[in-house]
Design a protein around this ligand. Sequence first.
Ligand code: MV4
Length: 446
Amino acid sequence: MFRKILIANRGEIALRVIWACKELGIKTVAVHSTADIDSLHVRFADESVCIGPPPSHHSYLKIPSIIAAAEISNADAIHPGYGFLSENPEFAEICRTCNLTFIGPPPEIISLMGNKSEAKKVMKKAGVPVIPGSEEPVKDYEEALFYAKEIGYPVILKAAAGGGGKGMRVVNSEKEMEQAFKMAKSEAGASFADDSIYVEKYLQKPRHIEVQILGDKYGNIIHLNERECSIQRRHQKLIEEAPSPALTPLIRKELCETAVKGAKYVGYENAGTMEFLYENDKFYFMEMNTRIQVEHPVTENITGIDLIKSQILAASGDKMIYNQDDIKIIGHSMECRINAEDPYRFTPCPGKISTFHIAGGPGVRVDTAAYSGCVISPNYDSLLAKLIVRAHTRQDCIARMKRALESFIIEGIKTNIPLHLKIIERRNFQLGNISTKFLEEILPKK
Ligand code: MV4
């Protein structure tokens, strides 16, 4: 087991990792930018190291500073959290070279899954259903036209190096292709080192359903069921829940077993997520995320498994202690991401929080690094807190979420709590009739 873990992150996820380490008896090292000197992750870690000025590129993304911090503090492993360096294969490789255990899958797997078109290809080979499309990136718009004709319009152009929405263009007809291809390619080139574009059938109103995977170093891989994350805006998830209200037990089993088959095929290890689009009772693999995700607590709630501890144990070489049959779904769980932003304009709203009183009571969990008097910096993402509830049924979860949102007091800055209340009060949300188009359909057009 590790003696000391450095946490290469900030905010609520850095604290979440510290809690897991404390319970496992592992010492912790926080790293922080100068903007985060008063942060709770710095206060609660056993040691802390300042790694640079506020901009992420000069601190939380700066590999040499983080490696140096691990070496001077004599840490034996690094937990990357989510975002920042969590899916950077070079970082995982450098950790390996420096004899620091990267808590996550090996760099080869991060790299493979980082190329979305390669990932699709390997999953197809593994027998996982994928969205119909070009198996390789296309070299020009004429080749894109060829595939589009074959699969039928509308199609979507995606950046192979992308994920999360950047460099995507929907193409409704032949005449839109040339321009859409150029736009997608230049956007991909500007955002990523690689401007390759591939083509796939565009699904009009899919659900986003993802499967949580957990593997050890010895080829034992299980799934921890699915999460539904269809409530998103501009590829930022707002509400996640588990289990998905859309799946029957039969489809759930098929989806989750397919995800495990795919993960086994690539020799996956540690925690990971297979993302699927689900439409007309069929699911299609989209991407695999090789990190712990923001929404992992809803899975912890319905399975009773601590995913962060599981990551640490798996990385240290422990054998999986669960069989698939040990995993049962217990009740329902839902998470609202509380952001420091204008609830309808969606502009970030940094500043000082004057009052911060979290929701509590039965079945409520709040993962946050905020407190009364803390300052939300404009340098980082606007996630302020994750409000997570659990209850026996989805309906009870929604009622619990409503009263928790109403009793969460945040003053001094704007938050999206009013938007969350509006969403969960919608009839279609309550009925579980949601898709990736839900938010766009209920928001006033500007
Ligand atoms: C799609 C799609 C429809 N058809 N691919 C958005 C993020 C990126 N990871 C992939 N995305 C999508 N890919 C096909 N073939 C619709 C989306 C999409 C979406 C997916 C999940 C959650 C929210 C979304 C919002 C808009 C579009």
